[in-house]
Write a protein of this length. Structure first.
Length: 288
């Protein structure tokens, strides 16, 4: 484990926060005259702060755009009654348009990977590369039909529990349900990484937590075979088996795709093993 905490180690004075875009956005590396843009999209109930090791690594060679999705981080709560993955993807598209970003490489992890996948499917001509890291297709990330999900994890019964417990305890309950199936930790192997994730979720407003959960629960992933951008699919070697299966399906579905397994890491592979994660992504970007 080489990351430091909080994980965003870049001096905030090097970032430019934009007030006229729909999402809170930090831009790094512009002063270096970089033309290629790497867009980083965080996981569910986290924020752009999770990308600190990647900002450190890539900002010298790329313009790095880090967003906080609707309901998350500095973007915060919005008056939308319901969130959807398509809404997140459309927010991202508008944000990049208002920043003047053309043909970016979009890298998303977990929920961010699902948003990136949706962006690439809906707008295949608007990006030059795609990195899908530990991408989930829905919650819970276990193989089941929609009917089985409604029977085993009916959200009408989950939401009162969430409201009673609050965001942090609800998140831990979700993790425990998956761990019961996996038999081991899968969110993160490093205690500091796990504690960082818990601290992010603990401060999440419960109303927004439920809206994000609902977006994941109701997610209807697009056909990945419509993705035309060169794609890297990667995941931690201690990732949940169901998530690994979903990622392997993505590789089979996307024509121009490669895959890699990040050793000594779980779901948050970019933080568990940032050195290998960064080198793997860098090799892919060099090929582009």
């Amino acid at each position: 484990m080489t990351a430091t905490y909080p994980p965003n180690t870049v001096d905030n004075d090097d970032a430019r926060t934009l007030d006229d875009v729909p999402l809170h956005t930090d831009v790094y590396g512009e002063a270096n005259g970089n033309e290629e843009t790497l867009v980083l999209v965080h996981g569910g109930w986290l924020s752009g702060s999770m990308w600190g090791p990647q900002i450190d690594h890539f900002a010298d060679d790329y313009r790095v755009v880090v967003v906080d999705l609707r309901g998350h981080g500095e973007t915060g709560a919005t008056d939308k009654r319901d969130y959807t993955i398509d809404l997140f993807a459309d927010d991202l598209r508008r944000c990049l348009s208002e920043l003047g970003v053309d043909q970016p490489i979009i890298c998303g992890l977990s929920l961010g990977g699902l948003v990136a996948q949706t962006f690439a499917t809906n707008y295949p001509d608007e990006l030059s590369g795609l990195v899908l890291a530990d991408t989930v297709e829905s919650l819970p990330p276990v193989p089941m039909t929609n009917l089985q999900k409604q029977f085993m994890f009916p959200k009408v019964s989950l939401y009162p529990t969430f409201r009673m417990l609050g965001s942090g305890a609800s998140f831990r309950l979700l993790l425990q349900s998956v761990r019961a199936i996996e038999g081991s930790y899968w969110l993160a192997l490093d205690d500091d990484v796990r504690d960082y994730a818990f601290s992010e979720v603990d401060s999440f407003p419960i109303r927004e937590f439920i809206k994000v959960f609902d977006a994941l629960y109701e997610a209807d992933p697009k056909d990945a075979d419509h993705i035309t951008a060169p794609t890297l699919v990667l995941y931690g070697d201690h990732e949940a088996k169901a998530v690994v299966a979903q990622n392997k399906r993505l590789v089979r579905s996307i024509d121009d795709s490669t895959t890699s397994v990040i050793p000594d890491s779980g779901h948050l592979s970019n933080l568990d093993n940032p050195d290998v994660f960064n080198r793997t992504v860098e090799t892919f970007l060099d090929r582009l």
